[in-house]
Design a protein. Structure first.
Length: 191
């Protein structure tokens, strides 16, 4: 992938921090960007579109692609919930002469930054507090109580990764966070 010319914007955060909202905003406002669709072994949530929100694979198919070397990075985020970045997605974006934007979990973000180095800018999106993050997860109404508690517990550990990112974007006020994200992205891409 070294012969490609594109850059990468990596947005990572604990669940509920607002990274997906930030990424969607950037995709609407910076036409030079294109989304790298992550692969997952989990079932689609209501309203999710296959190959747009995620590439949905069965766990066996996911593991076969891992064994074949098709992933740049992958991990088992929760038991039997695999997530990863397919090499083919990055190539697709770069072949369309766009820059890649990733919406990935924290460990995936750290891995992608290591892979792409200076060609990538990694941004950690942070909720103002764990309590605010839990409130946002509850407002989604897509998670069980058990799932919310697991995500909140994981978020506490993920917050420790913030210093491994090039930038930290605190999402306390959504409009301000979106403006800041756009400025950060434009400066990095020079668009």
């Amino acid at each position: 992938m070294d012969d490609e010319k594109g850059k990468c914007l990596i947005f990572s955060a604990p669940s509920g921090s607002g990274k997906t909202t930030v990424v969607r905003h950037l995709l609407r406002h910076i036409p030079e960007l294109s989304f790298s669709v992550s692969a997952t072994s989990r079932e689609p949530r209501p309203g999710e579109t296959p190959d747009k929100d995620y590439i949905f694979l069965g766990a066996d198919e996911f593991r076969e692609k891992v064994d074949a070397g098709d992933f740049l990075e992958w991990e088992e985020v929760y038991p039997n919930r695999l997530y990863g970045t397919l090499k083919s997605e990055v190539k697709r974006v770069w072949n369309n002469e766009k820059h890649v934007v990733f919406d990935v979990d924290v460990e995936g973000g750290v891995s992608l930054k290591k892979i792409f180095g200076e060609r990538a800018l990694s941004v950690f999106v942070q909720a103002p507090s764990i309590a605010a993050l839990e409130e946002r997860l509850r407002a989604r109404s897509t998670e069980t109580e058990e799932s919310i508690q697991a995500r909140v517990q994981k978020a506490g550990k993920e917050m420790e990764f913030a210093d491994k990112f090039d930038r930290v974007l605190v999402n306390d006020n959504l409009n301000e966070a979106l403006k800041s994200a756009e400025q950060i992205a434009r400066e990095f891409l020079e668009v």
